[in-house]
Ligand binder design. Sequence first.
Ligand code: IDP
Ligand code: MG
Length: 141
Amino acid sequence: MTTSQRTLSIIKPDATRRNITGQINQRFESQGLRIVAQKKIRLSLAEAEKFYAIHKERPFFKDLCAFMCSGPIVVQVLEGDNAVLLNRQIMGATNPANADEGTIRKDFAESIEANSVHGSDSEESAHSEIQLFFSELEIVG
Ligand code: IDP
Ligand code: MG
């Protein structure tokens, strides 16, 4: 059974810096995800801390938030069948050393922190993460 879903994706500062947002978007589009909202923004430290609040006790939290503010990011809503899981597969494992061949993180990530993309990990987090960045009027399916 297939279910159309939406998920939040972020192209992180390491990727915008290297001018590879188009190459990353090509991975989504060629594998069945549609970009139904997209904008380039720069996060404040407070916004990065809010977005990654779930990780606030982790040792890498401070560095991660500083990294996410270090340059522009592209936030986007991806839509398609099983979009949450499909996007996680297209992204690959958090640590590029463990990522499968042909995934975005395997091919583009610089490190476990600067790993080029974020993708929601469940339908619930997709819903709240999309609301954090987009109004319904900005999402055009
Ligand atoms: P995910 O992005 O694959 O869902 P999470 O465990 O949710 O991975 O971690 C969020 C982000 O925090 C990762 O994408 C990565 O940028 C960073 N991160 C995760 N683990 C580490 C680590 O051990 N060292 C440094 N940064 C990390
Ligand atoms: Mg995560």
